[in-house]
Design a protein around this ligand. Structure first.
Ligand code: NI
Length: 157
């Protein structure tokens, strides 16, 4: 395992569309464990492969306070969303900033795990927000383009 460099806003890789992953090779497994290590090291709740410069449709999420419940999503798609939530959001690729974003409050997504087993995940509130935010990264969308009002300095960091 190794830490990967997190790409920051202004890096063109963050605006590109990622490609589907046809199979989980040892290299993909290594990428996933590096992404988890990099996310935990940076105290993030989610990380998408393009944020470490790899244009593949892979995201990792962990919203648990103990940071011991990783969710690995390969080729994820949102199949249902409803409701609405408006709240603060941040991104490891936009350090020190936060902004208000409105998203669906409830989502159901389908993805493959690190063994290429398909699964569905249902999320509300923070998990729903994280899923939508991370999946946006796979299409080159940063939350900064969705922010209502100004991007603010995050004083808690
Ligand atoms: Ni992000």
């Amino acid at each position: 395992m190794a830490l990967r460099k997190i790409r920051e806003i202004g890096d063109p890789v963050l605006l590109k569309k990622s490609k589907p992953v046809p199979e989980v090779t040892p290299k993909i497994k290594e990428l996933i464990s590096d992404m988890l290590e990099t996310m935990y090291d940076a105290d993030g709740v989610g990380l998408a492969a393009p944020q470490v410069g790899i244009l593949k449709r892979i995201v990792v999420i962990d919203i648990s306070p103990e940071q011991d419940s990783p969710i690995i999503m390969i080729n994820p798609v949102i199949i249902e969303k409803d409701g609405e939530q408006t709240g603060g959001e941040g991104c490891l690729s936009v350090p020190g900033k936060t902004g208000i974003v409105t998203r669906a409050n409830h989502v159901i997504a389908r993805a493959f795990d690190e063994n290429m087993q398909e699964f569905e995940i249902e999320g509300e509130e923070l998990l729903a927000r994280a899923i939508q935010h991370e999946l946006d990264h796979l299409d080159g969308i940063l939350y900064t383009t969705l922010v209502e009002g100004e991007l603010m300095d995050n004083d808690s960091e």
